[in-house]
Write a protein that binds this ligand. Structure first.
Ligand SMILES: Nc1nc2c(ncn2[C@@H]2O[C@H](COP(=O)(O)OP(=O)(O)OP(=O)(O)O)[C@@H](O)[C@H]2O)c(=O)[nH]1
Ligand SMILES: [Mg+2]
Length: 347
């Protein structure tokens, strides 16, 4: 038999896909189908599809600007709701994390900062989007990111206010770095993970386009051997169409069943489109025990916003229009109409 790269990949994937398929569709997949065809046959559960639709995960559809297309969109969404259930059920609380700042970097274990507050760490293959995810979670650009793999080369510690630390790791399984360097990173990560007492959860970041790769499996097997709990986050979800994302989620969930220390439910996010970020923030705050405090801050901000809106609408018309009175520009008429409409509504 002529063995190609493809045949090897297929033999590796086939058992997983057939297993997933048989458990989801309750039927055996014929061996003649290609990997892609097998993948396409997976029927993901409704709740996964609903979560993807509700959180706006998945590759964005083409922008529909015409009123007709907008109407078609509304009809399609209604059809989806009839099939999957109420999409508003997944609505997220608009929570925020405290201000993020860099405070320490460690290339060797002796440089780890003292264990003061609780920590959450983000680990995964190079270029998978660990640093971008931390930025998205904290709504900042403090963490450096790059489209070239291997940017983060040390363990970076970021303080989220005085509540907790987020820890950005170098990527594992990075092929373009010397063996010596790779081994050093591996040891550094393993030492941190197994010795840090304040570490509350390890998030293993996986590219949603590829799922669990060999390096990921090796890493989570190591965690499992050491009895360390971890949770998977599928990221770059904006690069996979919704049905395929649901299938990927189903496969990863199935694969996790063999790891006794895996939290069974993988999360889904897109750091670029900030989808699923509120849900993940809520999880982080729950782990840290800061959910109530974050809710209080969010409520205060909401009240402030409402008060600002009220104050603005109380500004008399002549003051609003003062800026535009020299020239009666379209803006002048727009502001006037808006104000009139508002006062009509109030009456
Ligand atoms: N489309 C898309 N791109 C993303 C997303 N998250 C990260 N990226 C891109 O992926 C590339 C790598 O992101 P990083 O955050 O630097 O990845 P990393 O895992 O920290 O990489 P290393 O530090 O090299 O280990 C950047 O070009 C990001 O813009 C995402 O959710 N969607
Ligand atoms: Mg990085």
């Amino acid at each position: 038999m002529h063995i190609t790269k493809f045949t090897i990949a297929k033999t590796r994937l086939l058992p997983i896909l057939t297993k997933t398929l048989s458990s989801v569709t309750q039927s055996k997949a014929p061996k003649s189908l290609s990997n892609r065809q097998l993948f396409r046959q997976i029927l993901p559960p409704h709740e996964t599809l609903r979560e993807i639709e509700a959180l706006n995960l998945g590759k964005p559809r083409k922008r529909n600007s015409s009123p007709f297309k907008k109407k078609v969109n509304i009809i399609e969404r209604k059809k989806l709701e009839r099939r999957l259930g109420d999409l508003t059920l997944e609505q997220e609380e608009r929570l925020e994390l405290p201000h993020l700042s860099f405070f320490a970097g460690a290339k060797i274990p002796t440089s780890f900062p003292p264990e003061r507050v609780q920590e959450l760490c983000f680990v995964g293959r190079s270029n998978v989007g660990k640093s971008s995810l931390i930025n998205a979670l904290a709504d900042t650009t403090v963490v450096r990111t790059s489209d070239k793999p291997g940017l983060t080369q040390q363990i970076n510690f970021y303080a989220a206010g005085n509540m907790f630390n987020m820890v950005d790791m170098p990527g594992y399984g990075f092929a373009y770095v010397k063996d010596e360097e790779r081994l050093k990173w591996k040891e550094l990560i393993e030492t941190y993970i197994s010795q840090r007492k304040t570490l509350k959860r390890i998030f293993v970041i996986i590219d949603a386009r590829h799922g669990l790769k060999i390096a990921d499996k090796e890493f989570i097997s190591m965690l499992d051997r050491k009895n360390i709990e971890f949770q998977i986050i599928l990221t770059k979800c904006d690069m996979v169409v919704a049905p395929d994302l649901a299938r990927r989620h189903t496969i990863v969930k199935e694969q996790l069943q063999v790891y006794k220390n895996a939290i069974p439910q993988p999360m889904m996010v897109s750091a670029r489109r900030k989808a699923g970020i509120y849900k993940l923030r809520k999880l982080l705050l729950t782990i840290i025990g800061g959910l109530e405090r974050a809710r209080e801050v969010a409520n205060k901000k909401k009240e402030q916003r409402l008060a600002d809106i009220n104050n603005k609408s109380k500004t008399p018309l002549h003051k609003i229009l003062k800026k535009f009175t020299n020239k009666k520009t379209p803006r002048y008429f727009y502001e006037k109409r808006k104000h009139e409409k508002k006062s009509l509504k109030k009456k």
